[in-house]
Design a protein around this ligand. Structure first.
Ligand code: ZN
Length: 99
């Protein structure tokens, strides 16, 4: 089983999507470069995890970031743009300054 943490970068909201599969090279390719690297698919995972119907956004690569952990909680994959805690705080600060 995999826990897929998905972050919506527009507001920093995070959800966890549980995927009933094992991590392997195919999965890594799908999340890093394949269909699941695209915002359109990630937005569907995100909306399903929040209990909403499939809410599909346009294709893109900046809308959502993912961090994937295996059953033991070990990180198996993380996007380059997954923010550090500091990064999140900086993001919130920027949002506040805009208002
Ligand atoms: Zn797409």
């Amino acid at each position: 089983m995999l826990n897929i943490h998905i972050r919506r970068n527009s507001d920093g909201k995070r959800v966890v999507y549980c995927d009933d599969s094992e991590w392997d090279a195919t999965r890594e390719y799908m999340w890093a470069e394949g269909n699941y690297a695209c915002d359109c698919n990630r937005s569907i995972f995100f909306s399903n995890a929040t209990g909403n119907d499939d809410d599909c956004t346009d294709c893109g690569s900046d809308g959502f970031s993912v961090r994937i952990c295996d059953e033991a909680g070990n990180e198996v994959y993380v996007d380059d743009n997954w923010p550090s805690i500091d990064g999140d705080l900086a993001h919130l600060q920027i949002e506040r300054d805009k208002q």
